[in-house]
Design a protein around this ligand. Structure first.
Ligand code: C5P
Length: 408
């Protein structure tokens, strides 16, 4: 077996209980076991009954070097290590592939087989690498179950997008074994952004007109939340300064809720004071109502004039206050994408800017996006992908550029 690289040494001696469920991606999990063991992990495989329709237990026994556990009722296995003892054994419970069915059963606290019982009987962190057909993944039932598990602290590793075993294309593919192994290392506190603090703004702002009305925009916050999660998976300590969104806070990320641009500015400056990287994905309202009415405005006249005043530019203020921070901005444009993005990169004195097209139903409130990223002396196109996937690619790029600058 290969020796672990220095950056993966954090995995050495870690105990991973790998739950394998019944999906075609189960064949990749045998490779995942090998990758984890190469990095020094001890791996105990627990298979569901359905998983064994795809891959035999012998395969996992051979690659893990341990007998596979698959039943609550195996007397010999229980005598050697009872299931409660087994639930206490790992440093991490990793379920890969995590099927829609297992995700649903875990969300509802079932304990009708060994794997679900272990999850219920364990206080160890749980990471899920989902794998399923794209419609099953997108189904509100699955999304609600995933949100429940995330809210309880489960880590979500994937899924990725692409061609699926069923011949369809979309989100639902299990991450590749190496990607899962690296994310597991990051969960244990290793990754290129280990020890780096990141402040990231996301979502829209709301600028009050009166106590019941406000001006806002179409931002859903999805890109910012996906990026926050991906940065955390690279080891960063992430504070997400979020305008109002319907999204669940990504596991391991600290969220600070704000409404107006001015509140977002205060929270961001506060957080930037102890961060090395500051990222603005928020769609901050450029203007606010100069004097919001104290009481609900009555529809007395035929017209209504509102006087708007300009909001502070959060990233420019961050740059002024913290000249050494690594500052990343976004540019949402309906025309001249590169030209406008480069102008903002210079004017706001950013280290990097991620530009995307908006309008005509593009980007805002969509699950997919494409980005063109610019920095002084370089650029990279990130083609259309799910925002989760794009968040991961952009986080990698930010980590590369930040590390390069920090090393210079
Ligand atoms: O100037 P524009 O609004 O297009 O710039 C977009 C970038 O600047 C985004 O990163 C956004 O989060 C940030 N921004 C800001 N404060 C504002 C307006 C935009 O930080 N008031």
């Amino acid at each position: 077996m290969q020796k672990p690289s220095a950056s993966l040494s954090i995995l050495s001696g870690r105990r991973v209980l790998l739950g394998v469920c019944g999906g075609i991606a189960a064949y990749k999990s045998a490779d995942l076991v090998r990758r984890l063991r190469e990095s020094g992990c001890e791996v105990q495989v627990v298979m569901t009954a359905e998983a064994q329709r795809f891959v035999g237990a012998q395969t996992f026994q051979a690659v893990s070097g341990r007998p596979v556990r698959d039943s609550l009722w195996d007397e010999a296995a229980e005598a050697a290590m009872g299931h409660i003892e087994l639930a206490r054994w790992p440093d991490l419970i990793l379920i890969a592939p995590a099927t829609a069915n297992t995700i649903a059963r875990l969300a509802h606290g079932h304990a009708d087989d060994l794997l679900s019982t272990l999850c219920l009987a364990s206080d160890r962190p749980i990471a899920l690498a989902p794998a399923m057909n794209r419609l099953m993944w997108a189904h509100p039932a699955t999304q609600a179950n995933v949100a429940t598990l995330i809210a309880r602290g489960a880590q979500l590793l994937g899924p990725g997008s692409g061609e699926q075993a069923c011949g369809e294309t979309g989100a639902g593919r299990m991450w590749e074994p190496l990607q899962i192994r690296d994310a597991v290392a990051a969960l244990f506190g290793d990754g290129p952004l280990n020890g780096v603090r990141v402040a990231i703004t996301a979502g829209p702002t709301r600028e009050p007109i009166d106590p019941v009305r406000f001006i806002t925009n179409r931002s859903s916050g999805k890109m910012g939340y996906a990026l926050a999660q991906a940065l955390h998976q690279l080891g960063a300590e992430v504070t997400l300064i979020s305008g109002p969104t319907a999204l669940a806070v990504p596991a391991g990320v600290r969220r600070v809720d704000v409404e107006t641009a001015e509140q977002m500015l205060d929270a961001t400056l506060h957080s930037a004071g102890h961060s090395q990287i500051v990222i603005g994905t928020a769609a901050v309202a450029d203007y606010r109502v100069a004097a919001p009415a104290e009481h609900k405005i009555k529809k007395k006249s035929d017209g209504l004039d509102l006087t708007l005043v300009k909001n502070p530019d959060i990233l420019s203020e961050v740059r002024k206050a913290f000249p050494d921070a690594f500052v990343v901005g976004f540019a949402a444009e309906t025309e001249k994408l590169a030209e406008h993005a480069l102008e903002k990169l210079t004017r706001k004195r950013l280290d990097m800017i991620a530009a995307n097209w908006v309008g005509d139903g593009r980007a805002f409130d969509q699950d997919h996006n494409a980005l063109h990223v610019f920095w002084n002396g370089g650029e990279r196109e990130l083609p259309s992908a799910s925002k989760t996937e794009l968040g991961r690619q952009l986080a990698d790029l930010i980590a590369q550029r930040y590390t390069r600058r920090a090393d210079a």
